[in-house]
Ligand binder design. Structure first.
Ligand SMILES: C[S@@+](CC[C@H](N)C(=O)[O-])C[C@H]1O[C@@H](n2cnc3c(N)ncnc32)[C@H](O)[C@@H]1O
Length: 200
């Protein structure tokens, strides 16, 4: 186990240290099956934002399918890792803080994986508010949610009722499935969910 100076997962240094020391137990090295399936069966391509993208393998999957995708991460080391991995799609990765990022085009889909559970619990409401601000009525929030009640993280799990309380003022859930190809750190405790932005 490497040793780290930064203990604050809301700071980019926390994540940069872990990318630099190649301690990234959340990194799949590829695209999760439920996400690939979602893209394949989608009725249309969506303008997509990937907050906290890490290595961002999903950028290549979406780009090759002809989708307009922007991936952001506030850690310079994460952005370097993503740009190296993505090669021809590298310019679709932007170093930016999710809370201040203004997309160039209106976003239709936000993809979530290991970003929401990476942040301290007290930041959850702010993340949900920003998701809701970025998506128009009918827009989709799709991805993987980590359910757990252990106090320590990251990853910081959430209990189902809390996720529902946070999201239902803005979103309705339209899909909820078990995940078969989880990494050990998430196994048995993550679900693929799709939430649609309400009109109010
Ligand atoms: C656990 S990693 C997950 C990376 C990626 N989503 C994946 O599935 O492999 C969390 C990522 O979120 C990024 N992150 C955390 N807070 C952020 C913020 N406010 N703005 C942008 N990126 C952020 C971190 O730098 C880190 O790369």
């Amino acid at each position: 186990m490497p040793s780290f100076a930064s203990r604050d997962p809301s700071a980019p240094e926390f994540w940069s240290e872990r990318f630099e020391q190649e301690f990234t137990p959340w990194d799949r090295g590829d695209v999760p099956e439920a996400f690939r399936h979602f893209v394949e069966k989608s009725p249309q391509p969506y303008v997509t934002l990937i907050p906290g993208c890490g290595t961002g393998y999903e950028v290549a999957c979406l780009s090759e399918a002809g989708w307009d995708v922007t991936a952001i991460d506030f850690s310079p080391a994460a952005v370097d890792a993503a740009r190296k991995a993505l090669e021809r799609w590298a310019e679709r990765v932007v170093q930016a803080d999710f809370f201040g990022f203004a997309p160039a085009r209106p976003v239709e889909l936000i993809y979530e994986r290991a970003f929401f559970c990476a942040l301290p619990r007290q930041m959850r409401q702010a993340v949900v508010n920003r998701w809701a601000e970025l998506l128009p009525p009918g827009g989709l929030l799709a991805g993987f949610f980590f359910f757990d009640d252990a106090p320590k993280g990251p990853p910081f799990g959430i209990v189902p009722a809390e996720l529902e309380n946070l999201l239902t003022p803005f979103f309705e859930r339209i899909a909820d499935e078990a995940v078969a190809d989880s990494l050990p750190v998430f196994a048995g405790r993550e679900r693929w969910q799709v939430w649609r932005r309400k009109a109010h």
